[in-house]
Every structure is written in structure tokens, then in C-alpha cells.
Write a protein that binds this ligand. Structure first.
Ligand code: C2E
Ligand code: MG
Ligand code: MG
Ligand code: MG
Length: 285
């Protein structure tokens, strides 16, 4: 069934679309409904100092709580959202809810942590994106420096002049910028210097088994050196074992994120995790 324009004005199907895939068609319609029916939720994963373990921030990761299919991971619906344009509404939902959660934690007296959100290309390129961010920060009364946007190299390397303009606007708000999955795309190093980036996230494919895979160690070491020389912060993603941490510390990577510290947790479990951790740190001290 081919129709030109969906209820929200997003194109659901048109002849120029690459393939007609009934399975993803229905997923798209279900996702559109799911966003309206508030079936999305955020999980939160801590980012920690590798020496000492202090919690430095938290990444918000979206999930879809489907009424019949249960919890659906983002890799199963983000691509559908991107192809259909739904990613704009979804991405706005994520920013709004991440900031609302930060505000709620703050009101509960929890320490205020910076939150990182993942931003897709289409969302980043929306006109008025930086205005939207400013409005959301004001609405939830969040200091701009507590919001970080994670962008991939592929987002950054297309239409570089327009990208630089948007990055500059966002940076002027005081919002932080990070490059996600660093090392998997093709960043031009000269743009890395021109873009107002705060942090690089070493992709998990280089972190996985870094203790037993010399080439991963070499790549991670080179990324850390690059970040250091450009005065960028660096965080390693996907850390699962203590011996991966040892190697990362040896190559002077100071921040990390991964299942070793915590899986992504819903807001309530995350705050419990945070409080237990604060308590155990006091006991250890
Ligand atoms: P990402 O931004 O690189 O997020 C890291 C992913 O690695 C998350 O998967 C996280 O659960 C997983 N991870 C973290 N630590 C470990 C570990 O130690 N081992 C392993 N095996 N995995 C680990 P998740 O939540 O399934 O998200 C996958 C991707 O989906 C994200 O990759 C991001 O690209 C995208 N995504 C998630 N939430 C959003 C969102 O709100 N908006 C957009 N546009 N994309 C999102
Ligand atoms: Mg990310
Ligand atoms: Mg990543
Ligand atoms: Mg990713």
C-alpha cells in the first residue's frame, strides 16, 4: 500500500525510495504511533574517570517499549526513523526528555551530571536546531554546559561549511560537542582542528579486546595522542573488562564508558546505581 504523505506530513512511501519493504513500512507506521503514544524511553549509561571511578556524565540512549514486541533496541528502529524523517520528532523527544530527566534528578537532590545525547544527521541539519536547543535548555532550566551532543564523523563531513555554521551556533549557546564512534568514519584532520569539538569518543571496536589485540591498542593510542595535541577530551566506549581499563590507562585515556561500569539503565535504576556508588566510594575512602 503506497501513500504519499503520512499523518505528520512525513513521506511514507514514494517511487524514488530505494526499495519497498513491507516489514519496515509497518515498523515505520508503528514507530510514528509509538512516538505519539509515548512508547519511547531513555536508558542512561555512566561515563567515569578511569582512575578513581568518579562519575563524570551520562549518555542517554533511546529505547522503544513496543506494546507487543517488548523493548526494541535503537539499532532496530533508528535506521527506519532516519529513512522516514521520523528521526526529527524522535530526536526532539530525546533532547526534551533527557533534559527533563536531568531537571528531575536535580530537583530530587542528586548531583547534577552532564548528559550526552546522540544526534542524527537530519536532526542536526534541521533549520532552527540550535534555537530548539536553546528553548529546551531554558524550559528545563539546565545550564547549557550540562548538555553534550554526540555527532558521528559522517554527520560532520557532509556540507562542511553548513556544519561549521551550525556547530558554531550550538557552541555559542555553551552546549558541548563530541564526536561519537571516532575512528570508524573518515574525518579530515584539518576540520577536526576547525570544528569547535570538546571530546572524542573512541569507538568500541578499538576498545574491545584492546588488551589482547595490539592493533587496537595502536589505534587507540594514536587517537589519544591526536586528542591530546588538539586539547580535546577523550572517552573510550564499550569497556567490558578490568584489563581493558589497564591498557587504556597506560595509553593515557582518562575517561571511559561500558558494561564494566554499568549497562544503560532506566532513570530509576540509574539513580539507585549512582547513590549506591557514592555510598561505596565513601566506604572505600
Ligand atoms: P552509540 O551512541 O555509540 O552508543 C553506544 C552503544 O554501545 C549503546 O548501544 C550501548 O548500550 C552500547 N554499549 C555501551 N557499553 C557497552 C559495552 O561495554 N559493550 C557492548 N557490547 N556495548 C556497549 P545502544 O543503546 O543499543 O545504541 C546503539 C546506537 O544507537 C548508539 O550508538 C547510537 O548510535 C544509536 N542511538 C541510541 N540512542 C539514540 C538516540 O537517542 N538518537 C539517535 N539518533 N541515535 C541513538
Ligand atoms: Mg553515542
Ligand atoms: Mg559510539
Ligand atoms: Mg553509534
Amino acid at each position: 500500500e503506497a501513500k504519499a504523505v503520512g499523518r505528520n506530513g512525513f513521506r511514507s512511501y514514494s517511487p524514488e525510495m530505494r526499495t519497498y519493504n513491507p516489514a519496515s513500512m509497518s515498523l515505520e507506521n508503528e514507530l510514528r504511533q509509538g512516538i505519539e503514544r509515548d512508547e519511547l524511553l531513555l536508558h542512561f549509561q555512566p561515563q567515569v574517570a578511569l582512575a578513581g571511578g568518579a562519575v563524570l556524565g551520562v549518555e542517554a540512549l533511546v529505547r522503544w517499549c513496543h506494546p507487543e514486541r517488548g523493548l526494541i533496541p535503537p539499532l532496530q528502529f533508528i535506521p527506519v526513523a532516519e529513512e522516514s524523517g521520523l528521526i526529527v520528532a524522535l530526536g526532539e523527544w530525546v533532547v526534551r526528555n533527557a533534559l527533563a530527566q536531568l531537571r528531575a534528578w536535580r530537583d530530587q537532590g542528586l548531583p547534577s551530571l552532564p548528559v550526552s545525547v546522540n544526534i542524527s544527521a537530519l536532526q542536526f541539519r534541521q533549520r532552527g536546531f540550535s534555537g530548539f536547543l536553546a528553548e529546551q535548555l531554558a524550559e528545563h532550566r539546565i545550564q547549557p554546559g550540562l548538555l553534550e551532543l554526540e555527532l558521528t564523523e559522517s554527520v560532520l563531513m557532509k556540507n562542511v561549511d553548513a556544519v561549521l555554521q551550525t556547530l558554531t551556533e550550538i557552541k555559542a549557546l555553551g552546549v558541548r560537542l563530541a564526536i561519537d564512534d571516532f575512528g570508524t568514519g573518515f574525518s579530515s584532520l584539518s576540520y577536526l582542528r576547525r570544528f569547535p569539538i570538546d571530546r572524542l569518543k573512541i569507538d568500541q571496536s578499538f576498545v574491545r579486546d584492546i588488551d589482547s589485540t595490539p592493533v587496537n591498542e595502536s589505534i587507540a593510542r594514536a587517537i589519544v595522542a591526536l586528542a591530546d595535541s588538539l586539547a580535546l577530551e577523550i572517552v573510550a566506549e564499550g569497556i567490558e573488562t578490568a584489563s581493558e581499563v589497564e591498557v587504556l590507562k597506560r595509553i593515557k585515556c582518562v575517561q571511559g564508558q561500558g558494561f564494566l561500569f554499568s549497562k544503560p539503565l532506566d532513570a530509576e535504576r540509574f539513580s539507585t546505581w549512582l547513590l549506591n556508588r557514592a555510598r561505596s566510594e565513601i566506604v572505600m575512602a
